[in-house]
Design a protein around this ligand. Sequence first.
Ligand SMILES: NC(=O)c1ccc[n+]([C@@H]2O[C@H](COP(=O)([O-])OP(=O)(O)OC[C@H]3O[C@@H](n4cnc5c(N)ncnc54)[C@H](O)[C@@H]3O)[C@@H](O)[C@H]2O)c1
Ligand SMILES: CCCCC/C=C\C=C\[C@H](O)C/C=C\C/C=C\CCCC(=O)O
Length: 216
Amino acid sequence: MNLSGKVALVTGAAQGLGKAFSESLLSQGAKVCLADVKVQQGKTTAAEFQKTFGNDSAFFEKCDVSIADDVTNVFKKVKSKYGQIDILVNNAGIANETHWRKMVDINLVSVIQGTQLGIEYMSKEYGGNGGVIINVSSSAGLVPVFITPVYCAVKFGVVGFTRSVAVNPRNRSTSGIRFCCLCPAFTDTDIIKFKKDSGINMKYAPKILKSVGINK
Ligand SMILES: NC(=O)c1ccc[n+]([C@@H]2O[C@H](COP(=O)([O-])OP(=O)(O)OC[C@H]3O[C@@H](n4cnc5c(N)ncnc54)[C@H](O)[C@@H]3O)[C@@H](O)[C@H]2O)c1
Ligand SMILES: CCCCC/C=C\C=C\[C@H](O)C/C=C\C/C=C\CCCC(=O)O
């Protein structure tokens, strides 16, 4: 696909899937804003991409997606630097059943805010060019996972929210935006290197991961 002239905003882009999505977008010619709460990792990733794809191809912006003002600011930054937004990937996420309210904020509330801002910036109704909004859920947004009920709930929420927005007749007819929900299965990134306080049952988690070929 040729994405030259297109501008993407990817949250949680410092590492893992968000970094991989960003690299794919850049390799197809898009410019990318890498938004993440991890400053050092984000800057390192941006420097790596600038070296490969050109200085103006990517930039890092500190953004904690659970802070509403940070999310609003990152949209403003992209618009002022690149003039438009065509592709939005609401990807940032954590897996933590102990700090579950924080997880609801990061994995669901921020996706709702990001999508609403995406419509504001991208819809043809409001002077944008249309484009695509991709909300990252999980296979755990489609099937129950007994050791992570809250993670499951928020990922089901992302699926339900995105599908509902996508079938809104107004969005379908006039926005020029496609709304997509991605439901990846296990991928070997930091999110499945469960921290001690993650509240994830360590009796079962390694067995589940081993059963899908990830030897934790
Ligand atoms: N790895 C998997 O098995 C898997 C499977 C399905 C879905 N997912 C989803 O994919 C997305 C990316 O996860 P990953 O696997 O790359 O994990 P990861 O931990 O490697 O990456 C998550 C990124 O999100 C960032 N992040 C976390 N909290 C943030 C916040 N408050 N504000 C901004 N950025 C924040 C992190 O700093 C990190 O860069 C998540 O939404 C996750 O739920 C992952
Ligand atoms: C070891 C399970 C922990 C799952 C939650 C933590 C991180 C999640 C990352 C991914 O989003 C999970 C992806 C897919 C999960 C879907 C199905 C798991 C089925 C588990 C089972 O066999 O019971």
